[in-house]
Design a protein around this ligand. Structure first.
Ligand SMILES: [Zn+2]
Ligand SMILES: [Zn+2]
Length: 379
């Protein structure tokens, strides 16, 4: 009897471990951000490689990494023209990484988008075309013809690592006449402001000046865990996409409509239209209660601010009130509640705190400002 019981316990433990995997829930690892009003927040990484170009893993490993990170969508964008493993792995069909990844993700809550990296010298450099029907048709000599074919297939196209020091020695993203022409002809729709472990203020400015979608990707070739030190709490760069629903078509529509915020190295980069609602949903002012001492009630109020996201927020106070326990800089750790004490001078029923969000960027050297409203709770 006892043996049967412990066997059942063991089976139960195995089943619960499997259930945890099926739900894509990896505590401490899954990247989480709240939805914003009217949209679901899709966590995406739309630039990565496998052994089918110059990467070092099979496509199914990309799927498993993404499931562990709790991503909603990925695109494996193997180089079309650059095929260094071709002697070992013949690669006649450039849609293979998509097909293999789609099969291995068939029971996972992960959307797989067919994509590829158009890999040319500068200009135009490298660009990702995603939502392709047939990658093979982009395997043509003339680079502009590849962009034309991508457009014909309805692809969303973004310029990759425009700050790559191998192509621009100074690491400064700049547009060539060819890029301007491709943007004008609606053949480039987005630009990577973040690629792997690089961030480009200049690329962000180009995105704003030319009305392009702000993108951030891992461009991973090896392993996500090693590149971003995930076991020590690191995370890959991702693009948060605000879609009407979790589907390929909604994701595509949202990318064309520029509804993105990039999460990279604990920074949030995006247009104010989406960054502000996101921060608003991440930060939740909770309790506010005036302190009482042996001498009676004070005008020092204890507040709690909840951070419901995986980003650590660094805020700089812009309020008229001073804090009783910290200076002007406030740090809100991910998925936690922070306690602060504020000197409001008068005892108030409600008050606002204003902050500049130093870890959020809407334009080069520009941080958004937020206001948190606290309602005082009485005894
Ligand atoms: Zn590239
Ligand atoms: Zn790449």
């Amino acid at each position: 009897m006892k043996k049967t019981f412990s066997l059942l316990v063991i089976i139960g433990l195995i089943l619960s471990a499997q259930a945890q995997h099926i739900n894509g829930n990896y505590p401490g690892r899954t990247i989480s951000f709240p939805d914003i009003p009217g949209y679901v927040t899709l966590k995406t990484d739309l630039h990565m490689h496998t052994v089918l170009s110059d990467g070092e893993v099979w496509p199914s490993i990309r799927v498993q990494e993404a499931v562990r990170d709790g991503l909603d969508a990925i695109s494996i964008t193997d180089h079309i023209e650059y095929q260094p493993h071709q002697n070992d792995i013949p690669h006649p069909d450039r849609n293979r990484s998509y097909k293999i990844a789609s099969y291995s993700a068939k029971d996972e809550p992960l959307l797989i988008i067919n994509g590829a990296e158009v890999t040319r010298n500068m200009p135009p450099g490298h660009a990702n075309a995603i939502f392709l029907e047939d990658v093979n048709k982009l395997n043509v000599e003339d680079s502009v013809k590849a962009f034309k074919e991508a457009k014909k297939q309805g692809a969303f196209v973004f310029w990759n690592h425009p700050n790559w020091e191998a192509q621009y020695k100074d690491g400064v993203a700049k547009l060539d006449d060819l890029h301007k022409k491709l943007i004008r002809k609606d053949m480039i729709h987005g630009i990577e402001v973040v690629n792997d472990v690089t961030y480009s203020d200049e690329a962000l400015q180009i995105a704003l000046d030319y009305d392009l979608t702000i993108m951030g990707t891992s461009d991973i070739h090896g392993l996500i865990d090693w590149q971003y030190d995930v076991p020590s709490g690191g995370h890959r760069p991702i693009t948060l996409v605000f879609a009407k629903e979790k589907s390929k078509e909604s994701l595509r529509e949202a990318l064309f409509e520029k509804r993105t915020v990039v999460f990279y190295n604990n920074m949030l980069i995006g247009r104010e239209d989406y960054l502000l609602p996101l921060i608003d949903r991440c930060l939740n002012p909770q309790e506010a209660k005036y302190l009482t001492t042996w001498a009676g009630e004070t005008s020092v109020v204890r507040i709690l601010i909840q951070n419901k996201s995986d980003a650590s927020f660094i805020l700089k106070s812009k309020s008229e009130f001073k804090f009783h326990d910290v200076g002007e800089i406030v740090v809100l750790d991910p998925n936690s509640i922070t306690e602060l004490k504020v000197k409001t001078i008068d005892v108030l029923e409600e008050f606002q705190l204003k902050f500049e969000v130093l870890t959020a960027v809407t334009a080069p050297n520009t941080h958004p400002e937020i206001e948190l409203t606290f309602e005082v709770t009485k005894e």
